[in-house]
Design a protein around this ligand. Structure first.
Ligand SMILES: CC(C)(COP(=O)(O)OP(=O)(O)OC[C@H]1O[C@@H](n2cnc3c(N)ncnc32)[C@H](O)[C@@H]1OP(=O)(O)O)[C@@H](O)C(=O)NCCC(=O)NCCS
Length: 169
């Protein structure tokens, strides 16, 4: 499956994405609130991309590499539906590209994935992610303490949801 938006192409991962994608999970700013520590080696990213390739082949196929001007700059989608996830190379932040990608994957999640309610689990300090989701209509539904242990530090979660739009009567 491939999604084309005004500026982006969203497509399933390929092993050849690993070198360009390494800039994403090796970035300490991109990984500041991620569910694992920044990658130290290209080999870690090769395995990360290989897992995406494998998941696209065997799973629901709702997780996508984001391509901008022919370059893989991040990923967005549903690694484990109905939870949404996304990460972009910081060189491309602040241009509305994440919003454009998420609008597309949300549509796919509802229309093709059959998801009734998309959920998100965000570190309360992650203002960019919370702002992005709320801009897209997500609402906060809860908060929990010490839900993650990353690098020996306990972290909290804010939960948000977006319900499938109801058809206009
Ligand atoms: C979250 C992330 C994807 C945002 O990417 P981005 O391309 O900079 O976002 P966009 O430019 O599309 O911004 C869309 C909206 O998000 C919100 N937003 C973006 N950055 C923000 C910030 N620093 N503070 C508050 N809101 C912000 C704004 O509402 C913005 O809407 P606007 O364009 O009308 O102002 C990016 O910061 C990222 O990859 N972070 C690291 C990975 C991550 O934390 N993923 C989420 C894990 S839960």
């Amino acid at each position: 499956m491939e999604i084309v938006t005004e500026r982006l192409r969203l497509r399933h991962a390929r092993l050849s994405d690993a070198p360009a994608m390494h800039a994403v999970p090796s970035s300490s700013s991109a990984m500041a609130y991620w569910s694992s520590l920044p990658h130290q080696t290209p080999e870690q990213t090769r395995k990360w991309v290989a897992a995406m390739v494998e998941a696209a082949a065997s799973g629901p196929g709702l997780d996508f590499v984001i391509e901008f001007e022919g370059r893989a700059i991040g990923k967005a989608g549903f690694w484990r539906p109905p939870e949404i996830g996304y990460i972009l190379n910081p060189d491309y932040w602040g241009r509305g590209l994440a919003r454009e990608a998420l609008e597309a994957v949300i549509r796919v999640g509802f229309e093709i994935g059959g998801i009734e309610e998309i959920v998100a689990d965000v570190d309360p300090r992650n203002a960019a992610s919370l702002g992005l989701l709320e801009r897209l209509g997500f609402v906060r539904t809860g908060f929990a303490r010490e839900t993650w242990e990353i690098g020996g530090v306990l972290l909290d979660s804010v939960y948000l949801t977006l319900k499938r739009p109801q058809p206009v009567a």
